[in-house]
Design a protein. Structure first.
Length: 335
């Protein structure tokens, strides 16, 4: 399949980083754009661009800019004009660095960094790309024919996807925060240890995984409470595996992408007690079982469960069960 067959007549790339450099014309008959060095003025940096044409009406592009140390600024890098024969969904994500995409047709400037994605529904591409020279910039872009999306996923799913992204009829654009675990899938579609058809097959699989993960993320955003409940239930399953070890709440909050306050409130709503109270209960249940089945000294047991002293452990145990831990050792229930 030639590059973007039946969706483009040609792609023209002009280098703004070096105005005297020859532009690149990618014709529809080409199957890919092999890694091509980017023109830089001497001493300013280096970089490259590559494209892969994939099945199912998809193509992916990766651009890397390495800048020499110097005064940081936002510099124009390239101008891309692509004539399309049908609309495409365009996605751009930065693995490293920051930049700006200037869509001259919409006359909007869309800033991007590793925390956000640019989404566009386009029937013609007329872009200028700018890069922040303070750090290396690595960008991955995806173009996929709308007709292929409809054929593969169906009208309801594609309609919901475009609605969630805020993309009306072309031309339209939006910038959205997308979790790293979702964008990382698209960013990994290029691999240097595979060649030929295997490299393309790898890229195609990653693109499909990305679309599925993106659709799932957007569905969760549409039902935030349901998503949070699922996260809280997952959190409880994790706590059950800790064997009474008190977790670090700030690390849990980061992992589940919730604030400590919200995470604790949702847990209390779902299970009737705070995370700390729940873990404390697990610890005491474990202590109760150990007292009945082992001869482990109270001092050792208290320390193993994280209590600073036997008295603290004994008080917590008595408060929960109504009798002191030593009574189990004497064969008494205390009730």
């Amino acid at each position: 399949m030639p590059l973007m067959e039946a969706v483009t007549t040609h792609m023209n790339i002009r280098w703004l980083s070096e105005p005297d450099a020859e532009p690149v014309l990618v014709k529809a008959s080409q199957k890919e754009l092999v890694r091509t060095e980017l023109p830089f003025q001497q001493g300013e940096g280096h970089g490259w661009i590559e494209m892969l044409d994939l099945a199912l009406g998809m193509h992916v592009c990766r651009v890397v800019h390495h800048f020499e140390p110097g005064e940081a600024s936002l510099q124009p890098m390239s101008e891309v004009v692509t004539e399309l024969t049908e609309p495409v969904l365009f996605v751009q994500t930065a693995r490293r660095g920051r930049g700006v995409l200037h869509d001259r047709r919409l006359d909007v400037r869309l800033a991007h960094d590793p925390g956000v994605c640019i989404f566009q529904h386009m029937d013609r591409i007329d872009h200028r790309h700018w890069a922040d020279t303070s750090a290396t910039v690595e960008v991955t872009a995806l173009g996929i024919r709308t007709s292929k999306l409809l054929r593969s996923l169906g009208e309801p799913i594609v309609g919901s996807l475009f609605e969630a992204l805020g993309l009306s009829q072309p031309p339209s654009a939006s910038v959205r925060v997308v979790p790293k675990h979702v964008t990382a899938i698209l960013q990994s579609c290029f691999t240097d240890h595979l060649t030929g058809s295997l490299r393309k097959l790898h890229a195609q699989a990653k693109v499909l995984d990305f679309i599925i993960a993106l659709a799932g993320h957007l569905a969760d955003e549409a039902e935030p409470e349901s998503r949070k409940i699922r996260l809280i239930r997952q959190l409880r399953e994790e706590l059950d595996q800790l064997n009474g070890v008190v977790p670090c709440l700030d690390e849990l909050a980061k992992r589940y992408e919730l604030s400590e306050r919200v995470m604790n409130e949702l847990f209390k709503q779902e299970y009737g007690q705070s995370i700390y109270a729940y873990v404390t209960g697990l610890r005491l249940e474990a202590a109760h079982a150990a007292l009945q089945s082992t001869g482990t000294p109270l001092k050792v047991l208290a320390a193993r469960l994280g209590y600073s002293s036997v008295s603290h452990f004994s008080n917590a145990f008595t408060k929960k069960f109504g009798y002191r831990p030593g009574s189990l050792r004497r064969g008494k229930s205390g009730q």
